[in-house]
Design a protein around this ligand. Structure first.
Ligand code: C5P
Length: 215
């Protein structure tokens, strides 16, 4: 299969020296990219800035902002068999980013933010993607309910949910605990290393892709 994976955070510039971002390390997306490549698939990794080494044998498109990630995905998605959106995309970006450093003045400041495009949510509706579509849901409460909402809204074949409020797993960690949410059922996968979980996820997504092709 040809598989596109988004990973890492995005950085939304405020001025030349500052940005808004989030706590994604990129570890889950990079582990998935490595697992797909090890299983013999052709991987294109579209990634925001991380400290991780790009796994061997995969094509790599580095991006910074959500808009750059949206554009890179839009350029490549049409020729993919499957896509896994593991990036923690910033939902909003500063409405303007001046060319010069913002100087401090006054006791408070207000930053206007505007909505970024939903890249996963655009895959079917705007980019007309017909392959196997997988997203993540990082939640702090009501994991299954929120994940199922995303599955339907973003027209995915699978949403991989994780509870980011649990200590020791999820963001920045090497470990995770997952809830696989499919259209007709859900399955909990107990805590394990992201590396091991990735091999399991590759097998799940291979089955989904084979079913999709056959239908
Ligand atoms: O709606 P929410 O951001 O919680 O959905 C998470 C899923 O959507 C993840 O798979 C994430 O990579 C994807 N996403 C995206 N573009 C955005 C926001 C989220 O691709 N702007």
């Amino acid at each position: 299969m040809k598989v596109l994976i988004t990973a890492g955070p995005t950085r939304e510039p405020l001025d030349p020296v500052r940005y808004l971002s989030n706590r994604s390390s990129g570890k889950m997306g990079y582990a998935l990219a490595a697992a797909f490549a090890e299983a013999g698939h052709h991987v294109l990794l579209v990634s925001g800035p991380t400290d991780l080494d790009v796994p061997p044998g995969i094509d790599f498109v580095p991006v910074e902002t959500a808009l750059e990630m949206f554009e890179a995905v839009g350029r490549h998605l049409f020729r993919m068999d499957a896509a896994v959106f593991a990036a923690a995309v910033a939902d909003y970006r500063p409405a303007s980013a001046p060319d010069q450093k913002i100087k401090k003045s006054g006791e408070s400041m207000t930053i206007e933010l505007i909505r970024n495009p939903d890249i996963l949510g655009s895959a079917r509706s705007k980019m007309n993607f017909t392959g196997t579509l997988v997203g993540f849901a990082a939640e702090t409460e009501n994991l299954e309910e929120h994940a199922r909402g995303k599955l339907v809204r973003k027209q995915c074949d699978l949403i991989i949910g994780n509870d980011v409020s649990k200590p020791g797993i999820g963001f920045e960690s090497d470990r995770n605990e997952l809830l696989l949410v499919y259209p007709n059922h859900s399955e909990a996968i107990p805590e394990d290393e992201k590396h091991h979980l990735s091999h399991r996820l590759v097998r799940e997504i291979e089955v989904l892709a084979a079913t999709r092709k056959g239908s």
